[in-house]
Design a protein around this ligand. Sequence first.
Ligand SMILES: NC(=O)c1ccc[n+]([C@@H]2O[C@H](COP(=O)([O-])OP(=O)(O)OC[C@H]3O[C@@H](n4cnc5c(N)ncnc54)[C@H](O)[C@@H]3O)[C@@H](O)[C@H]2O)c1
Length: 279
Amino acid sequence: MAYNLLKGKKGIIFGALNDKSIAWKVAERAWEEGATFTLSNTPVAIRYGELDELGKKTGSKIIPADATSLSDLNMLFEESMDFLGGKLDFILHSIGMSMNVRKGRTYDDLDYSYLQKTIDISAISFHKVLQTARKLNAINEWGSVVALSYVAAQRTLYRYNDMADAKAMLESVARSFGYIYGRDKKIRVNTISQSPTPTTAGSGVAGFDGLMDFTERMSPLGNATAEECADYCITLFSDLTRKVTMQNLFHDGGFSSMGMSLRAMNVYNRSLEIDENED
Ligand SMILES: NC(=O)c1ccc[n+]([C@@H]2O[C@H](COP(=O)([O-])OP(=O)(O)OC[C@H]3O[C@@H](n4cnc5c(N)ncnc54)[C@H](O)[C@@H]3O)[C@@H](O)[C@H]2O)c1
């Protein structure tokens, strides 16, 4: 159902790769709510992904940019304002990647050049997006910038690896930049901490299916889907959340406040019985 929440608003959506991507769902919802926007991803992702289809559906221009490159970002902002005919009202940063995770390096055996890439792509790029936008005065007053995070920024989750450090930094950037941008331009900066979601990036974490089952059982409302995450993003881009800023907002069905649930306890108890039988 659409409510025209973003009627007349303009934006940039980073990180749609395929129809599983959280950014893809956000683009579809933003379009339904009346927004116009550009879509951006790396040249490689655009070549091998399915972004053309989304661009056609939403009438969006696709502009390649490596989010770690300041010159790419400058060009992206200029081109976006040109295409959209004015300054922006919202930005979605939906970008993450770890070569250590991809190559199966454990947290006590990190490759440090990979670690630098992880931090650059998954966290510093958010600062670069904000700094570029501010220098170009590219966002209207009461605009809204959202990045996607994960609870591993606060709590240790087996195998999330160096992405945990990147997410901790990402959330810190939202607070630090949120102060400056709020003070000067009344622009909101927040992160949404999303449930595990079966996307290309999500499924790249080893043991992902077990994790999703665990968080589903632990969360009183169940895991939040990519579509539900998109709904939440829309509220943050809308004028209904104008005083929400510098927050890390959990969108996880209640998982982050749980210690143990009945559904998780039942499975745990059953596994103990199996162990006892094995003795
Ligand atoms: N899937 C999950 O379980 C989950 C949970 C919480 C948070 N998140 C976060 O959501 C965001 C989106 O991920 P997703 O799950 O939709 O997966 P996804 O794989 O669909 O999206 C990740 C995107 O990052 C892009 N990217 C990588 N390097 C880039 C670069 N240098 N410049 C620009 N873009 C680059 C990829 O091309 C891809 O489109 C990420 O920040 C991720 O950490 C995901």
